[in-house]
Structure formats: C-alpha cells, structure tokens
Design a binder for this molecule. Structure first.
Ligand code: ADP
Ligand code: MG
Length: 599
C-alpha cells in the first residue's frame, strides 16, 4: 500500500487515545496534490485515517514535531535531520460501509499505516443530509462538503459561539437561527440582543420587542420580581435587611397583591397562597400613594393612636393613578389642630418610590403599560404568548434603551419567567417538553460574568441562565451563549456547553478558556483559533460527528454592526451652529431621548 498516493507514514507509538506516527521520507513534498486538491501533510487540525483490515480509524493531527515524543521507538530511517512526527488523537471509526461512529473500539499497533483523508472519506464521515440536522456551512478543506449539526444536541445540550470582535459570531448565530426556523416549522427561539443588531438580519421575519416601540413595546413588569429584588431596585434595600420600613413595605405589598387575587386575567387564585414574592400584579402607584398619605397627612388629634383616617384633616383625595397625592390642611405651627402625622417610617421610601415612578427611563419596568396592575388589560400569560407564540417563532428582545443598571435584572427576569413557564408547562402539548425552546444570549459577557465584580451586575441574570444550562433540558429549554470574552463568562455555564463553535480568537486567556471546555483532548485543535479566517470556526462537541474546521455560511441581510461610519463622517465638514446641543441637553434632562428614536 506504500505506493498508495495517500500513504503518509507508519505508527511508532500508541498510548490510549493518542498515537504517534513518523511521516515517511519517501513523501517528497509536504503538500501533494491529489485529485486536484492540495493536501497539507502533518498540519495541525487535519484528519488522517488508519486502515486496519475492514476497519478505518480516523484521527486528527494534534501536534507535529521533528523528534519523537519518546526515545523508546524504532525509527523508520537513520537518525537524520528531516524527521517528521505527528501526534494523532483518535476520534472515531468506520466499519466497511457502516456510518462513522464516534470513539474507537480497537487500537492500531506499531507499523500500521497512516493515510491522508480524501474528500470521499470526509463524505463518508459527515454523511448526507439527515433528518434532525441543520446545515451551517462547508468544511474548510472542501467547498462541496456540507457540515451539519445535530439539532437536538445543539439545542438541548446547549452551545456557545465564541470569537473575537469581528470574527463572525453574530453571522454564525443568525445563520443557525435562520436555518432552524426555515427547516423546522414548529421551532421557536428567543434572542436576547443587547445592542439591537439582529433586527436587520431578520426584519419582517421576527417579532422585535424594544422599549418604547409602539408596535411591540418591551415590558418587564416590576411585580414579577421577588420581594428582595423589587425592594432593592425600588428603594435600595439590601438583601437580609429588615428595618421597620422594610417590614411595612413587605406587608403593604402582600396586602395589595392579595387584593389582585380575584382580578387576575390568567385566572383567579386563592389569596392565601400569595406572598411578597408571588408574581402577582399590584398597583405600584397605589403603594406610593398610601405611603405618601401616611407621611403627609394632618390630623385632628396629636395622639398617634387617634391619627386614623376618620381624623384626617383632608382637603382633597388626589389621584394615585396620576401620581397626585392627597392634600391636607397645613399643620398648625402652634400646638393645635391640624397636627402633623406622627408616623414617618416610610418617609424615605416614599420619596424613592416616587422618583422611580417619575423617571421615564424606568417605565418599561415600573410603569409597564398593559401589565401595570391587575386592572390593566393584560396579565403575563399574554406576555408569554406575545413572546413565544407567534407566527415568526423568532422573538428578538432588543435591550437597547434599558438603563445599564437594570440589564442584569432584566435578563434575569426574562430568563426566569421563560424557564418557569417551561417548567410548569412541561407536560402541556403546546409548550414545555413537547415543544422545546431555544434561548440565545448575545454579548453574554456583559451580563453573565463569572464574578459580580463589575458595578450593576448582581448575578440575577447569571443565576437564571445557569439554571437553564444545568436543568433546562428536562423541561425543553436549551440555550446558546455568544461572547467575545469566554474567559469572563460564568464557568458553570461554559462547563455545561455541549457544542462549541469557536471562531477566531486572539486573546490568550480567552483561548485558554475555550481549550478548557473543548471535549476529548481537542485542546490542541484550539491552538488554531488565532489563525482562523473571518467566518471560519472550529466546531467541536455533541452536535457534530467529528471536530471540524468549518466555513460558516454568510447570510444576507446581515446583522448590523453598530460601529459608526468613522471615516465617512470625518471626511465631512460641519458648520458651527449656536443651537447645537440644546435638544440634547433637554433630552438628557428629561431622560426621554429613547422615545424620539425611530423604531
Ligand atoms: N461566515 C462569514 N463569511 C464571510 N464573511 C463573514 C462571515 N461572518 C462574518 N463575516 C464578515 O465579518 C463581519 C463581522 O461579522 P460579525 O458576525 O458581526 O462578527 P462578530 O459578531 O463576531 O463581531 C461581517 O459584517 C461580515 O462582513
Ligand atoms: Mg456580534
């Protein structure tokens, strides 16, 4: 077989999963041309085959050197310069005409031959188009070889798309989403898109929620928060703290939530089940109004026990829904009626709640339109239907416009809400295990960091997303994280990633963390990451038959890059104008800039 054009060399050393071969000196060039294609011999990442009778073992070249890894081997030729040794990681085997299978049953022995892998071998490995797969691109070494991912593993065993800025992550992500949606009419995807990049790639084929979008406004109702979460974002209470005002806040919230129990649009519930943590709507303005009234009232009596509603010196009731406080007769400066309210516990919290309600940049959360109170038009069953039950089946949650201090809690609430709905709906025929859902997290480093060292990241999003990675599979929910900083991402998340799509990655610590998650000793393959081309990826893991170098299809239209056109804009001349910046300052003061933006 030595005359065979594919012959490379012979095995000189075998140990568990790695075998070592010496490249034959008879091979004249390191780049023979076979069937019109240049084969690079002994290049890291290329595949080789080892025929043993009817069985073909396949492996990948993981390192190359000019001296053997142990001295205890018989070399093919006299010791001389020009020896070439390759380390091969065995990946799988193919028996006769059977399908390629991962993992090897038998091992080669010394002097077995190692051969180049040709296109027809690759076709044998990857097979043709199969049900349950999506095509993501072509093999880097062959234009005609399509690469498929096993959809079930890709989704339910979770995945990560990793790569430096500009390496092609967003394109790869949009490509995968598009293929899934086109090929599988029951599929559904929610894409968390912090920078609003994806609307351009999907346009009319996705439902895009965004703050202040008149058609599909993004609301994340405050009342879906637990008491700890709500009290932190509303009044700055720290977890575990229970001052008198915290106790009062809790009691008042429970009271208001219980009042909603028989008005819930999704169905009445027994008020006894309601706690401060239950996701039950209540009127936040009413809460503010109650505290405001308590603090500002004047009374006929100076005795705190007699300062009750009947003894108020009321002028007008005001209107909670329009944030109009009740008005009282001014208290007397001398020791006579009307008396000032003795009860001032809620003084500071009242002010804080009021400022939250007044600040329009918090409206998506604290003034959530149709979801604001139990009397509002909709309950969160409607929010779920809006988010996951629509003809496009792709929901883009564009987080543009969410104040940065609320990104973490927002992603956390969205994720927990979706997860819980899949958990409680796991046996329904239209959702849960019977109709899985894929969550995609773009720019994941911004809100899923491994430590909460950066300001305004408290771990709400991380905890909720980790839960999907750990147990989502059981309830039909899978996740994909997309990031340029894998070294900064939660390790729990990375450890649970079943498929890694690694694009060009130049930063060393990021490369190391990808190597750490790469399965079955594929870390040497990851050495290639800095040298990949744009749009080229190393794909390893459960949804691909064999670790592969893939050119991901470029999709049109593309996700929009958010960089400004620097050169074009700096080429222009700008006349000076005294009116410049007036509008900007006004918008900055009113915090209303987002509302004026075209959607
Ligand atoms: N598979 C691909 N093939 C060819 N060009 C690509 C591919 N993927 C991305 N590109 C190019 O690189 C640019 C950046 O891609 P993008 O997906 O936005 O990168 P990232 O999200 O990693 O920053 C794209 O605008 C496109 O021009
Ligand atoms: Mg991107």
């Amino acid at each position: 077989m030595k005359s065979d054009i594919t012959f490379l060399g012979k095995i000189i050393n075998v140990n568990s999963n790695t075998v070592e071969a010496e490249i034959s000196k008879e091979i004249p060039s390191s780049a023979p041309i076979i069937n019109g294609r240049v084969h690079r011999i002994g290049q890291i990442g290329t595949l080789v085959k080892i025929p043993i009778g009817n069985l073909l073992l396949f492996g990948i070249v993981s390192s190359v050197s000019n001296s053997p890894s142990t001295n205890n081997v018989n070399l093919l030729a006299e010791p001389d310069y020009g020896h070439r040794f390759i380390q091969i990681q065995l990946l799988g085997e193919k028996l006769g005409n059977n399908d390629f299978v991962k993992g090897v049953g038998g091992y080669p022995t010394i002097n077995d031959e190692v051969h180049l892998v040709l296109d027809e071998d690759l076709k044998g490995i990857y097979g043709g188009r199969k049900d349950g797969y999506i095509e993501i691109g072509r093999h880097s070494s062959s234009d005609t070889l399509s690469i498929y991912l096993d959809l079930k593993h890709l989704v339910l065993r979770h995945s990560a798309v990793l790569g430096s800025t500009g390496s092609g992550k967003s394109n790869a992500t949009a490509n995968i989403a598009k293929k899934i949606l086109t090929d599988y009419p029951g599929s559904r995807i929610i894409l968390v898109d912090p920078h609003g990049e994806y609307s351009s790639a999907f346009d009319k084929n996705a439902k895009i929620f965004k703050i202040n979008n008149p058609e599909n406004p993004l609301f994340i109702p405050f009342w879906t928060m637990t008491f700890d979460e709500l009290s932190f974002f509303l009044v700055g209470r720290q977890e575990g703290q229970e001052k008198p005002e915290d106790k009062k806040l809790r009691e008042e919230i429970v009271k208001l939530k219980r009042l909603s129990a028989d008005k819930l649009k999704a169905g009445k519930i027994n008020p006894e089940f309601i706690t401060a943590d239950s996701p039950i709507p209540f009127n936040l303005k009413e809460l503010w109004y109650t505290f405001n009234r308590e603090v500002n009232a004047t009374y006929k009596s100076a005795d705190q026990n007699s300062q009750t509603k009947e003894n108020e010196e009321l002028d007008s009731e005001g209107d909670p829904d329009n944030l109009k406080p009740a008005k009282f007769k001014p208290y007397s400066p001398t020791n006579s009626a009307p008396y000032k309210a003795k009860e001032q516990t809620m003084y500071a919290y009242e002010k804080k709640i009021h400022s939250r309600l007044k600040d329009s940049k918090f409206d998506f959360m604290f003034n959530p339109g149709n979801f604001a109170t139990a009397k509002s038009k909709d309950d969160i069953d409607e929010m779920l239907r809006l988010w996951i039950d629509h003809e496009h089946r792709l929901t883009i949650l564009d987080l543009n416009g969410i104040p940065f201090e609320l990104i973490d809690i927002s992603v956390g609430l969205i994720t927990r809400f979706i997860f819980d709905s899949m958990y409680w709906g796991r046996f329904e025929e239209y959702t849960g295990r019977n109709r899985p859902l894929l969550m995609i997290y773009e720019e994941a480093h911004a809100y899923l960091p491994k430590t909460e060292s950066s300001s305004h990241i408290y771990g709400y999003a991380r905890k909720a997303v980790e839960k999907i990675f750990k147990e989502g599979r059981k309830f039909g929910i899978g996740a994909m994280v997309v990031t340029q900083r894998p070294s900064e991402i939660s390790e729990t998340i990375l450890a649970q990633v079943g498929t890694v799509i690694a694009l060009r990655l130049t930063n060393t610590s990021d490369k190391n963390s990808v190597q750490a998650v790469a399965p079955n000793n594929m870390s040497s393959l990851m050495e290639l990451l800095p040298s990949l081309r744009v749009g080229e990826a190393i794909v390893v893991g459960e949804s691909i038959v064999i670790p592969s170098r893939v050119r991901i299809d470029l999709i049109e239209p593309r996700p929009s890059s958010t960089d400004p056109e620097l050169v074009e804009s700096w080429k222009k001349q700008y006349p000076l104008n005294k009116n410049h910046y007036k509008k900007i300052i006004t918008a900055l003061r009113e915090q209303k800039h987002i509302k004026k933006e075209k959607t």
